[in-house]
Design a binder for this molecule. Sequence first.
Ligand SMILES: NC(=O)c1ccc[n+]([C@@H]2O[C@H](COP(=O)([O-])OP(=O)(O)OC[C@H]3O[C@@H](n4cnc5c(N)ncnc54)[C@H](O)[C@@H]3O)[C@@H](O)[C@H]2O)c1
Ligand SMILES: O=c1ccn([C@@H]2O[C@H](COP(=O)(O)OP(=O)(O)O[C@H]3O[C@H](CO)[C@H](O)[C@H](O)[C@H]3O)[C@@H](O)[C@H]2O)c(=O)[nH]1
Length: 328
Amino acid sequence: MTKTVLVTGGAGYIGSHACKALAAAGYVPVTLDNLSTGWRDAVKFGPFVQADLLDRAALDAAFAEHRPVAVLHFAALSQVGEAMSQPGKYWRNNVSGSLNLIEAAIDAGCLDFVFSSTCATYGDRDGEVLDEETAQAPLNAYGASKRAIEDMLIDFQASHGLRHVIFRYFNVAGADPDAEVGEFHRPETHLIPLILDAVDGKRAALTIHGTDYPTQDGTCIRDYVHVMDLVDAHVQGLEYLRAGKGSRVFCLGTGDGFSVREVVEATRHVTNRPVPMQDGPRRAGDAVKLVCGSQRARDELGWRPDRSTMRQMIGDAWRWHQNGSYEA
Ligand SMILES: NC(=O)c1ccc[n+]([C@@H]2O[C@H](COP(=O)([O-])OP(=O)(O)OC[C@H]3O[C@@H](n4cnc5c(N)ncnc54)[C@H](O)[C@@H]3O)[C@@H](O)[C@H]2O)c1
Ligand SMILES: O=c1ccn([C@@H]2O[C@H](COP(=O)(O)OP(=O)(O)O[C@H]3O[C@H](CO)[C@H](O)[C@H](O)[C@H]3O)[C@@H](O)[C@H]2O)c(=O)[nH]1
């Protein structure tokens, strides 16, 4: 029997990798995306519906046509800087859009729901290892919008039996090792693709945002997870729901923290090229250290983030960077 899943944001970075993993696991991933930050060329593994989450009639039509057994909800705006200056855009797109989607799913009888949340819901909890029990205190409208959607899922679980898995991701990195899909944000704000831009001359230099943090080398520490490991967890989360297990939150990261300078040094090593860089001031809203406790995902989903070594994440990102693009 065909198992169709609706993948919102399937034309974006993580959603496109999820579609590849879903297709490999025997699902038909139907991408629903408005292409606001995604790319038509990234939709390679199943049908495409161009629609906006704010268009309830288009959502109803997509559920009626494709009859998905579950929803994987990646679609969102996710730039922290933009969220600080335009919070209304984040509340409308992420929260109102998700409310439409949840109500459309319930009306269609599609009650298994996997949601992309973020460690940005924790706010500044420097020094702690962050896991599912850590209190959330978002610092900006992006993180706040994600926490609000988490709350929404809990309410609709109680009222309508919407079963959900919430994944709180840490810093997602790397690309499909086959370079069929990869990370392609315009503008790009994430560290590893920006370092690679500096390596191959697409930008003059990487600016290090802050060198006076209380860390071993003065730069911020993050927990990086390979996008292929991350999307594997989504397939496992989907199977968990389809096996009838209850709603659950899982944090996805490795537990290893890397400073910005360590990521730069690893990139120099993997690419065997110099990384032009300059020291800059701190970036507003950056936490000093965000490191994930992911024992629950390992224990309950059997998740093994084996590809999430810094060498492999940078190597796969570099291969994509050299060979892949959606603009051509
Ligand atoms: N990249 C990371 O490190 C990271 C970390 C934590 C959480 N996340 C979350 O993971 C998800 C995917 O992130 P990404 O990096 O792939 O982002 P992305 O911008 O590459 O993908 C998001 C996709 O959603 C689509 N979209 C946005 N609003 C929409 C709307 N109203 N209707 C239809 N489609 C819409 C965009 O066109 C895009 O294709 C997001 O929810 C993000 O908050 C990402
Ligand atoms: O040009 C740059 C870009 C980044 N950085 C530093 O590199 C680290 C990683 O920065 P990213 O922008 O790659 O990612 P963030 O840590 O800001 O990630 C945040 O934003 C993401 C949204 O894209 C996710 O939601 C994630 O959960 C949330 O913590 C930070 O210390 C940042 O200051 C630089 O030094 N120079």
